[in-house]
Each structure stands twice: as structure tokens, then as C-alpha cells.
Design a protein around this ligand. Structure first.
Ligand code: NAP
Length: 247
């Protein structure tokens, strides 16, 4: 049984979708969960729901793509809670378009949230985790960062960047006892994938050996494992949670 009692976990994009299920799963295993998300009303709604379930939780409104706003928010969180043991960089967006039509803004937005957002939180907590000589960082990438996808050059580049970034800081922080890993989800049913056309979904399904789309809990369970002592000798790894879509 995994027990995270006494651990503080910060989850970006934790107000809904995969991030919310990650937060709920870590909370069910005893962690205090600190959600960082862009929409204040959705974030507060999630926290209300969590407190009714007696989870220890808090919400901070932040745009992950802003370096200053992330450093200020992390400083406030550390003032209030002293320690962050687990950091999950989950906030992410898509702005899908063939490169032929992709605008500079669509490129910049996706890189700023998915890749720079991950940098911003790791940078803000780097010294803290180094000094603590322990901690877990889990970055949510995507199988698209491994295999590419027509119409998602910006998203694929951001997620491939997250994977390279993860492996680099795993090497830097390993000697300090901090484990840094990435998870590469396949097709997980959330608001992000609900918008896809049925024909796109059918094509995806045909490529999944396990024959179904993933649930947010599939990703959350992988995060739980990588947050726990069960994974203490694993760092710099990319764990595919894709039903075998990528092997
Ligand atoms: P989602 O349902 O859209 O949730 C993403 C969360 O991140 C939302 O709460 C969103 O807030 C928040 N967010 C967006 N921009 C932000 C910003 N600038 N600052 C702070 N928070 C921000 O997406 P999801 O499907 O759960 O995806 C979660 C992660 O998994 C992403 O990194 C995604 O790339 C990755 N992933 C998902 C799938 C999939 O199949 N769903 C597959 C592979 C990887 P608002 O919605 O209020 O803007």
C-alpha cells in the first residue's frame, strides 16, 4: 500500500482533466495536494469538492507560462507549507494545425505552456529540492513527443522538449536524491480529446493493442507509482501509458 501521508504534492493544471485525477489519487493516498491552475473559479470548485471528501488541498491561481508569476506563486506556497516533495508538471494545451497554416502565435502558445511552463516550475523548485536531498518530479509528456503527428508539430516539439528536459535534469538532480521522470500518455479521454472528430478517434483506436482509450486514472496511477518509494531507483525514464500504442 502506497502511503504519502506527510508529503506535499504540487500539481499544475490540477483543476480538471488528468491533473484533477492525479491530485485526487495522490490525496487518497495521504498527500496534501496543491493545485496550480489558470482558472480561479474552476480551481476553487475542485478544492471545494476535495474538502467535502476530506482531502487536504489548496489552490493557487497561476499561468504556468509566466516565469515571474510561477516564481512568486512557488515562493508563496513554500512560505505556507515549507516543503514540496512531489512536483507534477501536467498543465498543457493544444493548438492543432498543419504547419502550412500554423501561426506564430499557435506555435508560441503551445511551447510557452507545455515546455516553458515545465521549465518554470522545475526552475522555481530546483534549489529547494536540491537542498532537501530528495523529491520527485513527474513531467507529463505525450506519445506524440515520441512519434510525432501530422497537425501537431507545435505540440510534438513541446512534448519532445519535455522529454529531453526531463532526462537532462534527472542527470543533474540524481546525485541529490531527486528522481525526475516523464509519463507519455497515449489517447486519454478528457476535454482535450473530446473535441477530436470521430474518424480521427476511430483511426487512433485501431492502433491501440489493448483496444480501448485510456482513462485519467491510468495516468494518475502511473504518477502515484513515480511519486512513491516503490520507484526510488527509477530516474530519467519515460513511462508510456498508451495501451501499447507506442512500444
Ligand atoms: P485538459 O483537460 O485541457 O486540462 C489541462 C489543464 O491545464 C486545465 O485545467 C487547463 O486550464 C490547465 N492549463 C492550461 N493552460 C494553463 C496555463 N497557462 N497555466 C495553468 N494551467 C493551465 O487536458 P488533459 O487532457 O487533462 O491534459 C493534461 C496533460 O496531459 C497535458 O499536458 C496534455 O498535453 C497531456 N496529455 C493528454 C493526453 C490526452 O489524451 N488527454 C494525451 C497525452 C498527453 P483551462 O482548461 O481552464 O484553460
Amino acid at each position: 500500500m502506497i502511503n504519502l501521508t506527510g508529503k506535499n504534492a504540487l500539481i499544475t493544471g490540477g483543476a480538471r482533466g488528468i491533473g484533477k485525477t492525479i491530485a485526487e489519487t495522490l490525496a487518497q493516498h495521504g498527500a496534501r495536494v496543491i493545485l496550480c491552475d489558470i482558472d480561479e473559479s474552476i480551481g476553487k470548485g475542485t478544492i471545494d469538492e476535495f474538502s467535502k471528501k476530506k482531502y487536504q488541498s489548496d489552490f493557487f491561481q497561476v499561468d504556468v507560462s509566466s516565469f515571474e508569476s510561477v516564481s512568486d506563486t512557488v515562493a508563496k506556497i513554500l512560505d505556507k507549507y515549507n516543503v514540496i516533495d512531489i512536483l507534477v508538471n501536467n498543465a498543457g494545451i493544444t493548438r492543432d494545425q498543419l504547419l502550412l497554416k500554423m501561426t506564430e502565435s499557435e506555435w508560441d502558445q503551445v511551447i510557452s505552456v507545455n515546455l516553458k511552463g515545465t521549465f518554470n516550475f522545475c526552475k522555481a523548485l530546483y534549489r529547494h529540492m536540491m537542498k532537501n536531498r530528495g523529491g520527485k518530479i513527474i513531467n507529463i509528456a505525450s506519445i506524440i513527443g515520441l512519434i510525432g503527428n501530422a497537425g501537431q508539430a507545435n505540440y510534438a516539439a513541446s512534448k519532445a522538449g519535455v522529454i529531453g528536459f526531463t532526462k537532462s535534469i534527472a542527470r543533474e538532480l540524481g546525485p541529490r536524491g531527486v528522481c525526475v521522470n516523464a509519463i507519455a500518455p497515449g489517447f486519454i479521454q478528457t476535454a482535450m480529446t473530446d473535441v477530436l472528430k470521430d474518424e480521427v478517434k476511430e483511426k487512433m483506436l485501431a492502433q491501440i493493442p489493448l483496444g480501448t482509450f485510456g482513462a485519467t486514472a491510468d495516468v494518475a496511477n502511473a504518477v502515484l507509482f513515480l511519486s512513491s518509494e516503490l520507484s526510488s531507483y527509477i530516474t530519467g525514464h519515460v513511462l508510456n501509458v498508451s495501451g501499447g500504442m507506442v512500444m
